[in-house]
Design a protein around this ligand. Sequence first.
Ligand code: GLU
Length: 275
Amino acid sequence: MSKRLISVALTTAIVALSVSACGNGDDTGSSVVDRAAKDKKLVIGVKADQPGLGLRTPDGSFSGFDIDVAKYVAKELGVDQKDITFKEAVSANREAFLQQGQVDMVVATYSINDARKQKVSFAGPYLVAGQDLLVREDNKAIKGPKSLNGKKLCSVAGSTSAQLIKDKYAKDVQLQEERTYSACVDRVLTGQLDAVTTDNSILYGYAAQHPGKLKVLNSPFSEEKYGIGLKKDDKKGRDAVNDALAKMVSDGSWAIALKSNLSESGFRVPRLERY
Ligand code: GLU
């Protein structure tokens, strides 16, 4: 082989190598659509302690509205539900999970907002909830965020719920940040703390788990649009997941999933925000 031919061959080999090295990274595999089509499996970040939304059941399987949405979307991307690995996410690690490629998507009561859009992409929304308060059934003192003066309030680190309290009510409220909402609920049940704040959709599930002990105030004070988190700039993924969500609504699966997981909640079909 001549010197020139050798160098052409070498260059070709290097180019081929660097393309295949990107197989699961930034090139061919950069969209969740391509990864799902190629591997026929997906890793999806979900909550594991939120009844009605994302809950790990004793047999190790997952249930809830987010789980049904995740399964539907995966199916539309060509992945059977048995080939989904559900990975527990908490509020604070969702962006990192996506950025580090630890999950292919996040379906975890994940509100779309501008700060998060700097780091990840969102399809959806597929549900619009509102921040609310959960207190013990016999608590008459707390009627809404304005009556939290001097009270011990629990929320979760990395959530929009904790952020809103810090931004708007920090002067008057003693905010305790836990890793999960179930940890907050435990501390309210034992009387250590006075209230939990997060989305009404999440709080309804805990109130239903502890009838006669906990109540949701039912006076939402924010709008939480749940999106499906994807890697930043995965436009192809966003479009495909939005198409899947539109189909989930139009074929009636969305309403069935809502009824079976969040029965009396009265949530309505949201408008997709395609971008
Ligand atoms: N939806 C809000 C958020 O994304 C609160 C619920 C949660 O922490 O998952 O932060």
